[in-house]
Design a protein around this ligand. Structure first.
Ligand code: PA5
Length: 422
């Protein structure tokens, strides 16, 4: 199970204040467990890990195995909660550079770049392509356009295009169900009671993740284990995280930065950004969630973090025991000033960069917390996913908002549709 270190928040929050909201935190936690809070009809993300559906997991693995055997590329079409979770886990657990083991997983329909779609088709030419279109509503414009382009392209190239397209959508509603009915595509259902940003442990995330060669049983059961542990009222890091963020928000902090020190965890931070932004950012409430990658971004945002407006809190997501990679080599010739590091793993330098940053930023007035996992693995990421889901549900209730809706997302869509003459 992950660990939460809150030492660098102590100068900013007294234990009395933490104690003073204990009963509110417990009642928010109780509302999640007992399904008595706002939006409780969307707590299916909890039920599904508490009652694992092994037959569904096996079915997903069988489909993924077929894709792995037959495809050079799997294109996943979706946006927001319909792609961020899969991308997060895949990037965290697959090599940085392409290998020959299994299909390349590419994404489309997550923006409106025509240039991207054109170049994607050029890249796919001559390859064995499978496509997983993922949209709960089946009406979202970005994936709808990408799917139209890609299925048209596939129909012209593959006699068995219908067998290469898999639809992940609502049980009955939406255009994707109509298209699926007409073409006979294979289908996976997104449960009614699971919202997009909470859907990574449904077929939405599990099929692409499994097609990337990751053990989805481990991922899923990592989350299931965390769901049991984080049901507790005591020694519960999800409740502690929610409580501290809430108190700092009350004190006028407006922004939470989630900082990773391993590039492979960057997409987890982007998934977190959506989870917290869409769940808490309503009715004038919520910390603005910002995902950063250190040490890269210390060279662009480090000055602000150390010395800018003091409205920012920081959460570090760290591996305690990362893949060490290379050691710093001894070399002959003129010195480059790195002799004091010879023989040390680069991961050791990265660790010291984290420790130094946490200390310096706390000294500079940035309360910070550290979430440590042992090492990025399917089970650890499953646990982390559930941790954040539980924490944001509790956090939303502390803010007195419904953490499971996203009414604000509709405003830009209606303005855009009006301009497009829909
Ligand atoms: O979390 C959410 O609900 C959103 O981010 C959706 O996932 C996103 O808008 C895509 O919606 P859909 O799956 O209906 O295409």
């Amino acid at each position: 199970m992950l660990e939460l270190n809150t030492e660098n928040t102590r100068p900013f929050i007294s234990s009395d204040r933490l104690g003073s909201i204990k009963s509110r935190v417990e009642s928010a936690h109780g509302a999640v467990l007992g399904k008595t809070g706002a939006g409780s009809e969307f707590l299916g993300w909890r039920d599904l890990v508490l009652n694992p559906n092994d037959a569904l997991l096996e079915d997903i693995i069988a489909t993924a195995t077929r894709i792995r055997e037959d495809a050079d590329v799997l294109v996943c079409v979706g946006i927001g909660g319909s792609y961020l979770g899969a991308r997060a886990v895949i990037e965290a657990l697959t090599p940085f550079f392409p290998t020959d083991h299994g299909p390349e997983i590419l994404f489309a329909g997550h923006h409106l770049s025509g240039a991207y779609l054109k170049q994607l088709l050029e890249y796919l030419d001559g390859k064995s392509v499978y496509l997983n279109v993922i949209s709960k509503s089946g009406t979202t414009l970005e994936p709808a356009i990408a799917f139209r382009v890609l299925r048209h392209w596939m129909a012209e190239r593959f006699d068995d295009a219908g067998d290469r397209i898999i639809v992940t959508t609502d049980a009955t509603r939406g255009k994707l169900n109509e298209l699926r009915g007409a073409h006979g595509y294979r289908k996976y259902v997104i449960p009614d009671d699971v919202g997009g940003r909470f859907s990574v442990l449904t077929p939405v995330g599990l099929l692409p993740i499994s097609a990337a060669g990751i053990d989805v049983r481990e991922l899923f059961y990592g989350a299931a284990e965390a769901a049991k542990q984080l049901s507790s009222r005591v020694d519960n890091p999800a409740l502690e995280y929610a409580a501290i963020r809430y108190l700092l928000h009350e004190d006028g902090f407006t922004t939470e930065v989630l900082a990773v020190f391993e590039p492979r965890l960057s997409a987890i931070a982007s998934w977190w950004q959506q989870l917290f932004g869409e769940s808490e950012g309503k009715e004038g409430n919520g910390l603005f969630p910002a995902a950063v990658q250190y040490t890269t971004d210390l060279h662009s945002l480090g000055q602000y973090m150390q010395d800018g407006r003091r409205n920012v809190i920081e959460t570090f997501l760290i591996e305690k025991n990362p893949e060490s990679g290379l050691n710093i080599p001894a070399v002959d010739g003129p010195e480059d000033g790195l002799e004091y590091l010879v023989g040390k793993p680069v991961s050791h330098v990265n660790r010291k960069a984290f420790e130094g940053t946490a200390q310096a930023h706390a000294d500079g007035g940035v309360p910070n917390l550290t979430i440590s996992i042992e090492r990025a693995s399917a089970a650890e990421l499953g646990s982390l996913i559930y941790f954040f889901e539980h924490a944001v549900a509790v956090g939303g209730y502390l803010l007195d908002v419904n953490p499971f809706d996203q009414p604000g997302v509709e405003a830009y869509k209606s303005a855009m549709y009006q301009l497009l003459g829909k």
